[in-house]
Design a protein around this ligand. Sequence first.
Ligand code: 5AD
Ligand code: SF4
Length: 449
Amino acid sequence: MDHSVRKSFYLKTFGCQMNVYDSERMTEALAREGYAETAELESADLVILNTCHIREKAAEKVYSDLGRIRDIKDARGRHGKNTVIAVAGCVAQAEGAEITARQPAVDLVIGPQSYHRLPELIKRIADERKSIVETEFPGDEKFAKLTARRRVSSPSAFLTVQEGCDKFCSFCVVPYTRGGEFSRPVAKIEAEARELVRAGAREIVLLGQNVNAYHGEGAGGRAASLADLIRHLAGIDGLERLRYMTSHPRDMSDDLIAAHAEIPQLMPFLHLPVQSGSDRILAAMNRKHTATEYIDVIGRVRAARPDIALSSDFIVGFPGETDQDAEATIDLIEKIGFAQAYSFKYSPRPGTPAAIRSLQIPEELKTERLLRLQAVLEGQQVAFNCRSIGGVVPVLFERQGRQAGEFVGRTPYLQLVHAAGAGDLVGSTANVAVTEARRMSLSGVIAAA
Ligand code: 5AD
Ligand code: SF4
């Protein structure tokens, strides 16, 4: 390899926090190989798209991006420069060899469980001059082989503790793209968490597709629950805040609920997707719980931590959804009261059971139901934020704001806060007196350090 010129890579990340985490780990691995990151596609020797398969027509969008990247590769080729194109993430896992068949300019298709092999595979492409498709599910090897040295770009860092899902909700691709549930051992997670704190993290968000089903190897080879893991990590000096996402209502165990009452570092925020408020639709979605059971879980969480901020995911227009079902979802929202939420129109994912159901809902009706649902959720979000006005909240500052002297951070309830401050506040927690509230953020003045 020619060491006189540093190679550069361009990495674009789509989708969820898990992909953000994976991209950070790939960046670290490539930096160790001497690659420098670039924001310019045209100057990159290696282009990686870390893709997401959740949204509609995700694969089609990737193919159209790849068409543009191929043009750049061709143009660079005319100047004697080689470009390696890699597709990573869930579209890579789902489409596999279909990608190189449809876009032969692609050199590497790499699934989420194979990122530790990225440097080696890139070398192989250079030597053998042929494309590689790597989409096996080798379990924990990825985490074991990725670098121990972590870099943090924000005081709030992601740490993947669990991957995959065994739930098979009938609309969801995750069990197919990320495979079955797999939990990392506590000791490995603790070592990584300590490394993140050493590198400057003050908050760690524990990630997993179904994170509250976590059951990693703990002390003495016994299985540890997510609550056990959180208790354990709360002992790390300098780690002020812990969060976790995303959870399933069925896995909201008593010890995890108790952890919300007992562990000060565990932030009072819970993202617990419900998807629908209609028992008929919940059954068709294979969610394995009823609306009443969800409301009951929330009741127990609130008994443990009365001020907890709640978040959820909703799907409107699932096949067979009637006006009555849609109203049942609105009812559930009104009964619970959410601080924030994500809502989506159902869109068929190839390979999932719901995609081939009859009674698919017309697009206009989905849009109508989505707008109605979002109006209710947005009202709740504004109301939740407005309740903060006049109060004082501890804010962990994550970055500088757009205006000079402005800093942006988060409350324990995950609300975004803008405040002016002297010196560099990034990485520190300060009390902020909240003066203004909008749907997406708060503003305030720093009350005391
Ligand atoms: N259609 C619409 N929304 C979906 N989600 C997952 N699959 C689909 C689909 N086929 C949503 C769910 C999930 C979130 C991450 O994405 O609400 O909780
Ligand atoms: Fe998908 Fe979540 Fe259902 Fe698992 S629990 S299948 S990740 S929606």
